[in-house]
Design a binder for this molecule. Structure first.
Ligand code: AP5
Ligand code: MG
Length: 215
């Protein structure tokens, strides 16, 4: 099963993808996590993109396309949940070309929709493990403050979760990313879930959708 998780910043893409990965084994590929790893490792690309990530701007299409397609080639045999890509119409076209060349089929696109007021509140409380990338939040706090339940590593706040950067990311989403929804809808791939609901309600709904698509 190959799935794309779509939706504005802070809508729950990463949280739900991590849950589904644990449950079904499909590999979670987060374009943001891949880019933040480059920044952390201070690679050539990492140094180039660091200011973009910090300010919430989209990195160049050619860079993200190369990084995501490399990861997809490594992991696509196990099935994947792609989160954060494609994020504009040009990326959607590049992605479609890659899928055709690699003979990979996307089963569906899950659009997770949330209100902006919820998003700002959630993102100011989000913490993420530096090591395993597990996401914590208001509704899913760690057992011990600042420490990951799974691997005991440190939990950090993302630099781009400051309210003014979140506002800018939401604006970019509206202008550049949302049009990709119509693109997927035109291909009959779109399913929408309500991301305003509690995670305990969303998780079983997404499981049902996946089970309904399994052959
Ligand atoms: P990226 O990492 O992809 O960030 P994003 O899309 O803005 O999404 P987030 O990770 O902020 O939100 P999420 O939906 O995963 O929410 P989460 O599950 O964590 O991208 C970061 C940057 O990288 C970009 O700004 C750009 O610079 C660059 N980039 C990445 N991809 C790119 C691309 N394709 N092209 C160009 N540049 C790219 O949840 C958030 C919080 O809310 C958590 O604390 C969680 O616990 C809580 N929560 C979630 N759902 C619920 C719920 N239903 N109820 C209660 N709490 C909830
Ligand atoms: Mg995320």
């Amino acid at each position: 099963m190959n799935i794309i998780f779509f939706g504005p910043p802070g809508t729950g893409k990463g949280t739900i993808a991590q849950y589904i990965e644990r449950k079904f084994g499909y590999r979670h590929i987060s374009s943001g996590d891949l880019l933040r790893d480059e920044v952390k490792k201070k690679t050539r690309i990492g140094r180039e993109i660091a200011p973009f990530i910090k300010e919430g701007k989209l990195v160049e299409d050619a860079i993200i396309d190369k990084i995501v397609s490399k990861k997809l080639k490594e992991l696509s045999k196990k099935g994947f949940i792609l989160d954060g890509y494609p994020r504009n119409i040009n990326q959607a076209k590049l992605f479609e070309k890659f899928l055709a060349q690699s003979r990979i089929k996307v089963d569906f696109v899950l659009n997770i929709d949330s209100k902006e007021s919820k998003i700002v509140e959630r993102l100011s409380a989000r913490r993420q493990c530096v090591k395993c990338k597990r996401i914590f939040g208001l509704d899913v706090p760690p057992a011990k403050d600042g420490v990951c339940d799974d691997c005991n590593a440190e939990l950090i706040q993302r630099e781009d979760d400051k309210p003014e950067v979140v506002k800018y990311r939401l604006e970019l989403y509206r202008v550049l990313t949302k049009p990709v929804l119509d693109y997927f809808e035109g291909r009959g791939l779109l399913i929408t879930v309500d991301g305003n609901e509690p995670l305990q309600k969303i998780f079983p709904k997404v499981e049902q959708i996946i089970m309904g698509h399994q052959k």
